[in-house]
Each structure stands twice: as C-alpha cells, then as structure tokens.
Design a protein around this ligand. Structure first.
Ligand code: GLN
Length: 486
C-alpha cells in the first residue's frame, strides 16, 4: 500500500522502488476517482501523468541522482497556464481555451521533474471565498461535505486535504490560499508579492496576485517554493534577488518577537473559541520565552473596503481583454453593432460575481468617483504599508487568525455579499502590504472542523516565516478542544 507523507520520505521510497513514480501516480489517480463527488478537479491528466511517471522511473534506473521534485505529483489551480492544456479560470468565457505557453511556475516544476496530475476547480477568476462561484459547480470540504472548502483556491486545497496529490498550487489575491488551507486543515502559503513570477497566471488584481502553495507540511512548502520562486524576465514585478536559502533547520533556541493586533483578536466577528485558542497559544509562546506583545492597529475596519475598491478596479481593467474577439466565448446572438456584441459575449460568458466586480471596479475608477474611492483606498494602502514597516522594526512575526470562523455551510453566505467579503478581514492585509503570510493548521474546533493560525513576516523574509511555522507545527499543534470562556 502506497501512502504519502513528505517529499523526503517519498524520495527514499523511490530509491528502493524501481517503479515508484508509477505506483504513486496510480495511487493518486484512484484517490481522485474515489473522491470525484468532491469536485476538486477540472481536468485530470491520467494518461499523461502515467506516461511521465514511467519515463521518470526509467530515468532513475539510468541515473541515481534525482531532481528536487522528481516524481512529485502536483495539481494546479485552473488559473495557471500549462502549455497545450485547457485553462478556464472556472469561467464560461474561457471554456475550451488552451494555454499557448507555460507559466513560469509550471515551467520550473516541470524542469525539476514534477508530474502535473490535473487542474483544480476554483472560484471564477479567483473571485470568492467559498468556491461557490465556479462554472463547474462548487467544491466540497472533504472533512464535512456540507461545508465549503474555502476559496478561491478550494479545489487545490481539497486536492491536498483529500490525498489526491502531494502538493498543489493556488493563487492568493486576498487570502485565496491561506483561507482554504485554514478551512481544510492543511498548510497554505502566500509568499511575498513578486516572489513567484506571475507570468502565465490569469490576472485578477495584478498588484495583489501571487501564486501560493498548499501542502501537508512546511518542508514540502519549502522545497516547492525554492523551485518556483526567483527572478523572471517575463515578469517585471518579480523580485530580482534570489530567495535566501530556506533549507536551514530550525533553531529550537531562537526566541521570536511576536506581535499581534489586539483589535483583531477582540473583533466581534471572531469566533470565541478561535480567539481563545490563539490567546492560549500566545500565552504558551510567552511562557516558553518568546516576546509576545499586543500592537495597536486602528486601521482594521478600513482594510476590507480598501481591498474591494482596489481589486475590483484592477479586475475591471484586467478582464477587459475577454471581449469575445481574441479568445474565449463569443455570442451566437444576432448583434446590431460592436458594443452589442461585447455586451452579449461578456454577459453570457461571465458569471454574476465577476460581472458585479467589473461593474464595481468601473464605477470606482470613473470620473467623479475616482478620488472618493480609488484614491482614498490607495491612501489606506499606503498607511497600511507604513504601519507594517513600523511593526517589523520591532518584531519578527505578526500573528492573526486566518479566518473569523471555521468553514461555512454551503450556501450560508451566498445571499449576503457583504458578510462574505467581511470574512476576508484577516487575510487581505498581507496582500495590501505585499508581505508573506502562511496559515498553519494547529487547531480543531469543538464543531469538529480544523482552523489555523496565520503568521506573517517582513517582505522577502520567507525564511523566518517558514522556520517559525515549523516551530509551531512541531511544538504547538494541538487538536484538543479548548473551552469557551463566555
Ligand atoms: N475572497 C477574496 C476575494 O474574493 C480573495 C480572493 C483571492 O485571493 N483570489 O476577492
């Protein structure tokens, strides 16, 4: 019986098994088949993955040395381009469209001998928090199928959660990797803005978008991040410096300076049991010699509005390319003129949430409203960046909840857009400021669902973020139910 634990152990298994990659691919293909009702995948590359596994098994027989992701089975969110494979952003407007080039992230995975097993379901154009806005239908949380997996990278999260691949890629514009990781009980990282090239990632809001990684443990995140990050001639916003070496082992004696925002922990929307668990954890860290301090943060109420003004503005511009002419869905209705043609093609192709955001973004950018909304939101963004710089002068890490509640029930928030948007309160901060963030699965709620702790470090400091996360996973992971202090 094959079982997957970590890339390291898998590579040890391959060293002892000549047909190890084939065994692994067969295992994951049957897991995908068994979990079909979860609806995590939009395409499954069975034959291709089996063929590649066979080639890698043969390659290993010829040569002992294996590349970093040799035979590692990876699923990618359906917004990441893989040459000659369909990429749809879970939208009717792109159904049937095939990528004409590889995204940099995919190219780097393939260059390290990874096996891509399929593409994952998501919210349309990565807009959503529940994976309920998909042309393929919603994805189910494998722990409790009456719950959402989170979004927008819900399929990628469930693919790892339900053991259908080893690691997966998602994208995180406002929390779309960290929040589904939180809801599914796995690890999800959004690196520093620009750490991973956005070349070949379908754009939602370009100054926020970042590819992220899901895995079961921090070490696998580290390996994948090392492979796919780094400068790229195709993306001028990619960070030019090479990432620091992540591979150093954790220093168990290191004492961290940890900040948390009091307003965030005391926020009325935060589930009591989640806040109690985090407070308890902070007390334990303090008792273990770490410096833990509450920091004032009076901008909390502004971050969700600023996020939705800025991202919809960018989306309205980015999504204008889907015009029914160059690619994607084209209306078959008789049309009177070009404007009518655009109107029909776009109304038929885009789902409701995407249409709403395009309208909102167009509104906040329009003459007369630009200063009232767009400019003001940019100013909030600037203040958040200044605040972040100030906090990291004195601290190594900021911790927050990842989400105010555990996974929502399917349909719970679909009629209340504001409630849905407000649930992004803890994740959008890292995207507005460009800092890296991770959700570490530490806790289990008395309702049976998992939840994580979100940690963030200064820009480009993924090394500290990953080391701190390892410490959390090794020492503070607790699934014990913590009593609610009412
Ligand atoms: N829930 C957020 C939104 O709907 C985050 C999306 C994302 O990170 N792609 O915008």
């Amino acid at each position: 019986m094959f079982s997957f634990d970590s890339i390291k152990k898998y590579h040890a298994f391959l060293a002892a098994n000549a047909d190890g990659c084939t065994t692994a691919v067969n295992h994951f293909l049957s897991a995908i088949e068994k979990g079909k009702e979860l609806n995590a995948f939009t395409n499954i590359y069975s034959e291709e993955a089996s063929q590649r596994a066979k080639e890698l098994d043969e390659k290993r027989a010829r040569n002992d040395s294996v590349k970093k992701l040799h035979g590692v089975i990876i699923a990618i969110k359906d917004v990441i381009c893989y040459k000659d494979h369909e990429v749809t952003a879970a939208s009717g407007i792109l159904k049937g469209f095939k990528s004409i080039y590889n995204s940099t992230a995919v190219q780097r995975l393939l260059d390290e001998d990874a096996i891509i097993i399929g593409t994952c379901n998501c919210d349309e154009f990565a807009m959503g928090s529940t994976n309920e806005n998909s042309v393929y239908g919603n994805v189910l949380n494998a722990i409790d199928t009456t719950k959402v997996p989170g979004g927008s990278s819900g399929g990628s999260a469930v693919a790892v959660q339900a053991g259908m691949c080893m690691i997966s890629l998602g994208s995180d514009t406002g929390g779309s990797v960290r929040q589904p990781a939180d809801f599914c009980g796995i690890v999800g990282i959004k690196p520093t803005y620009g750490r991973i090239s956005r070349y070949g990632l379908i754009a939602y809001a370009s100054s926020f978008d970042q590819i992220g990684i899901f895995a079961n443990n921090i070490e696998d995140i580290e390996t994948a991040l090392e492979v796919i990050s780094g400068p790229d001639d195709f993306d001028s916003t990619a960070i030019q410096q090479l990432p620091k070496d992540n591979s150093s082992d954790i220093n168990v004696n290191k004492k961290y300076r940890i900040a948390y925002f009091k307003e965030a922990i005391e926020h009325p929307s935060l589930d009591k049991e989640i806040s109690n668990s985090i407070i308890e954890l902070l007390n334990k860290l303090k008792a273990d010699g770490h410096h833990v301090e509450a920091v004032d943060f009076n901008l909390l109420e502004y971050i969700v509005p600023a996020y939705y003004v800025l991202t919809t503005a960018e989306a309205s511009s980015n999504l204008s390319r889907f015009d029914g002419v160059r690619f994607g869905h084209r209306t078959k209705e008789p049309v009177a003129n070009l404007a009518d043609f655009y109107k029909h093609s776009r109304s038929e192709g885009f789902g409701k949430e995407v249409q709403k955001r395009i309208l909102l973004g167009t509104f906040v950018l329009s003459a007369g409203y630009y200063d009232a909304y767009y400019s003001k939101a940019q100013k909030v963004r600037r203040m958040l960046v200044d605040k972040t710089i100030a906090v990291f002068k004195d601290f190594d890490v900021i911790v927050l909840p990842t989400s105010p509640t555990t996974a929502f029930t399917i349909g719970e928030k679909t009629d209340d857009a504001i409630a849905m948007y407000l649930a992004d309160i803890y994740t959008v901060f890292a995207n507005l400021t460009g800092i890296p963030g991770i959700s570490v699965p530490l806790f289990k709620h008395s309702n049976g669902l998992p939840f994580g702790l979100q940690a963030m470090t200064n820009k480009q400091d993924e090394v500290t973020l990953l080391q701190f996360s390892k410490l959390l996973m090794q020492r503070y992971k607790t699934y014990q139910h913590l009593a609610i202090n009412e």
